[in-house]
Structures are given as C-alpha cells and as structure tokens.
Design a protein around this ligand. Structure first.
Ligand code: SAM
Length: 264
C-alpha cells in the first residue's frame, strides 16, 4: 500500500499525542539500542533520540515514501524494512511501535516472538487504534462493501481482525514473563476545516480504498469522474452526519489501546 507522508503529517499534533503518552510509561534510563518499528516519517522517532541521546536509535518502515521523508531527522538511523522480517538485536533495550501493528496481519505472533526475544531488562511498547467500530470505520466499511462499490473496492478492509482486545495483548505479554502495563483511552480531538474526519482517514484508514480505486471510473454508467472522488464524496456526506461540524469545530473521538511491557 502506498503512503502519502504529506497527508499523514496533517493532524501531526493529534496523532503524536498517543506516542508521547506511550513513551512516558517506558521506565528505561539508559538503553543501548532503541528501535521504532513502523516509524513513518520519523517525526516521533526523533523524540526517542532526544530522550536517549547516548543510545543507538533506529527507525524501520516498509514504506519507501515514509523513509524518504525522514531525511531531515537527526540522530536516528532509518531504513526500509518490514517488521515481519525484523530480528531483535540482543542490545535492543527499548522497542516501540506506534500505530503500526494494526496494518500487520497476525501481529500477535510477532508480539509473542518479540516479547520472548527481548533482552533482560528490555522494554516493549506499542499502541494500536481501537476504533474499528467507530462511525469513521463502520461507514467506510458499509460503503465499500455495498453492492455498488464492492466490485471496485474488493476485499481490502480487514477491520474485523486488525487489532485485539487489551486483555488479549496483556495475556500474551504476561505469558512471555513480562510485567505489563496495558490501558485504553479515548482522545476527543477537536478538528477544524471542512470534512476534517475525511481528511484524517485519508492519511491512514482510507488508504487501502483509495489504492484500490486508483485509475478506476465511478460505478455508475456514463459517470466519467474518478471512482475515488465519488467514493470520497459519498463517504464525506455520511461522515458529516455522524460527526456534525459546529462553529467551534468537529468532535472526533478516537479510541486507542496501549501496551508497555518490561522484561525483569
Ligand atoms: C499510521 S503510520 C504510523 C507511523 C508512526 N509510527 C507514527 O506514529 O507517526 C503506520 C506506519 O506503519 C508502516 N507499516 C505498515 N505495515 C508495516 C510493516 N509490515 N512493516 C513496517 N512498517 C509497516 C506504514 O508504512 C506506516 O508508515
């Protein structure tokens, strides 16, 4: 799937908040190596280099577009790599992954493997969105799977198994012998501008749909418009009802799941 770092950078402040909250619960004083798995444009990875200036800080991402965007970030070694191919170095005292594992099928197996391979004293921390039953996603799903759109979109949304419950993550980490700090919270973002929720998901959750529709025409015979434009217009109308704009902005609740684990 192609990422658009410019689009993703919109709402950087709102998206970054969860990373900061996750980082705050990692109690490591002086790690040898710190790894950010699925680092995106590297803006948040930079916070790791700031907190632990003496550590070797690495950022990996499978998207060449995202890694290209990290070029201005100092103090971090970035590279294109898929997290499913990554092997835990024995000096990886902090491993963090923010808003990435929901894109990785069967990631519980990876988490289990990372927990077991983590060096003694190491920290494993990740955050995933828990909003797949929110209107932003249910509306996208019902439109994409409608008889009109399904033939064009295909089966690209795997919302049903994208993330696990907080209890499931906690269990996997506990069974691996780690101490566990798992929580979930809902951020209530106040977004501005026209169709801000559409703008938000354009940078993330809508990307598989936009990818699938690229180069296709609208589903109705004789409609020459690009399919993606028509899909977005219909989806935006539904989002406006679900997240009404007010004079002071649009309230956008966003549920997220956090896990921070420590190997004694
Ligand atoms: C929502 S962005 C989060 C980026 C960054 N962690 C942040 O919080 O700003 C998700 C990132 O996960 C990356 N990603 C998805 N699947 C991946 C995989 N299998 N291996 C490595 N990176 C992956 C994407 O390329 C994208 O940059």
């Amino acid at each position: 799937m192609r990422w658009d770092p410019n689009k993703y950078a919109q709402f950087a402040d709102e998206r970054g908040r969860a990373f900061v909250d996750l980082l705050a619960r990692i109690g490591c004083a002086s790690p040898r190596r710190v790894v950010d798995l699925g680092c995106g444009p590297g803006t948040l990875t930079a916070l790791l280099a700031t907190r632990w200036p003496a550590a070797l800080v690495e950022g990996l991402d499978s998207s060449p577009e995202m890694i290209e965007r990290t070029s201005g970030v100092a103090g971090v070694a970035f590279r294109v790599e898929d997290v499913t191919a990554w092997a835990m170095p024995q000096d990886a005292d902090v491993v963090i992954s923010n808003a990435t594992l929901q894109w990785v099928p069967q990631h519980q197996d990876l988490v289990r493997g990372w927990a077991s391979a983590l060096p003694p004293g190491g920290w494993l921390a990740f955050q995933v969105p828990g909003n797949f039953d929110s209107p932003s996603h249910t509306l996208m799903r019902s439109l994409a799977t409608s008889s009109r759109w399904a033939p064009l979109v295909g089966d690209v949304l795997r919302h049903h198994d994208a993330v696990h419950s907080p209890e499931d993550y906690a269990r996997v980490l506990l069974v691996a012998g780690l101490t566990v700090d798992v929580w979930a919270t809902t951020y209530l973002h106040v977004l501005t501008g026209a169709d801000p929720v559409l703008d938000w998901v354009r940078g993330t959750g809508l990307r598989p749909v936009l990818d699938a529709l690229a180069g296709q025409r609208a589903p109705d015979a004789g409609d020459p418009r690009p399919a993606a434009d028509v899909f977005e217009a219909e989806y935006a109308a539904a989002l406006r009802e679900a997240y009404p704009a007010t004079e002071r902005g649009t309230l956008f609740p966003f549920h997220r799941i956090f896990a921070v684990a420590h190997k004694p």
